[in-house]
Design a protein around this ligand. Structure first.
Ligand SMILES: [Zn+2]
Length: 215
C-alpha cells in the first residue's frame, strides 16, 4: 500500500503516519525531516538546502523529486510507503507521480487530517525539540517547563525557530495556499480520505483505518 498524508501543522499527521507505517509495514518518508538531515551534511546538496532553509525559501520542486527518488529507491519492494508532506505543491504532483510510476509505486490513497486554524496555532506553540537528539516534545505533556532538559538524552531543549506564533502563521498560510490545492486534486480524483484531526490521536487513527478499509 502506498499512501500520501496531508494535514496542517499540529494536525498530528507525523504521529498518524508512524502508527500507519507500523500497522501496514510502510516506510514513513517525511520530506521535511529528510531535508533537515541533508542540510546538516557537508555536501553540495547539503549546503544548497541549508542555504534555502536559512533563507526560509521553498526547496525547488525538481530537487524535492530527486531527493525523494534517492530515498525511495532503497525501500524494500515488499514494503509500502507513506509520503508525508509530498507532493507539497500542485507543481510537484505530476513529477512525483511520474517518479513513483517509474519505481512501480502508484499511490493508492491520500489522507487529509483537517484541523481548525486556531487549534493549529495553539498546538504548535507548545512544541519543543531537543538540540542534541532532535526529538520533539509537547509542553504540558512530555515536559512541564521550558527550561527542562531533554527527557531522552538530557540535552538542552528549545522551541523550534519557526514554531513561534509568527513562524506558525507563515507556515500555515503556506499550507493553505500551496498544499490545499493538492488535497483538492486528490479529492476530485476520488482518492481522498478525510478525517477530523480535532480529536484524540487514538480516535483519529481509528477513523483513518475505518475509512481505509471501507474503500
Ligand atoms: Zn535529546
Amino acid at each position: 500500500m502506498n499512501i500520501i498524508i496531508f494535514g496542517p501543522q499540529g494536525s498530528g499527521k507525523g504521529t498518524q503516519a508512524d502508527l500507519l507505517s507500523e500497522k501496514y509495514n510502510l516506510e514513513h518518508i517525511e520530506t521535511g525531516q529528510i531535508f533537515r538531515e541533508i542540510g546538516r551534511e557537508n555536501s553540495e546538496l547539503g549546503k544548497k538546502i541549508k542555504d534555502l532553509n536559512d533563507r526560509k525559501e521553498m526547496i525547488p520542486d525538481d530537487v524535492t523529486v530527486e531527493v525523494l527518488r534517492e530515498k525511495l529507491k532503497v525501500v524494500p519492494i515488499d514494503m509500502g510507503i507513506i509520503l508525508d508532506s509530498a507532493p507539497r505543491t500542485a507543481g510537484q504532483v505530476e513529477p512525483i507521480e511520474q517518479m513513483l510510476a517509474e519505481l512501480r509505486r502508484p499511490i493508492d490513497k491520500a489522507i487529509y487530517i483537517s484541523l481548525p486554524y486556531e487549534e493549529s496555532i495553539a498546538r504548535i506553540t507548545k512544541r519543543y525539540a531537543c538540540t542534541v537528539c532532535y526529538r520533539h516534545f509537547v509542553l504540558g505533556l512530555h515536559i512541564h517547563e521550558t527550561e527542562e532538559p531533554c527527557p531522552t538524552c538530557g540535552g538542552p531543549i528549545m522551541q523550534r525557530a519557526d514554531d513561534t506564533p509568527d513562524g506558525v502563521t507563515k507556515r500555515l498560510k503556506t499550507f493553505y495556499e500551496i498544499t490545499i490545492p493538492v488535497v483538492d486534486e486528490y479529492r476530485e480524483r476520488g482518492m481522498l480520505i478525510e478525517v477530523d484531526g480535532n480529536q484524540s490521536k487514538e480516535k483519529v487513527f481509528e477513523d483513518i483505518n475505518q475509512k481505509l478499509l471501507n474503500c
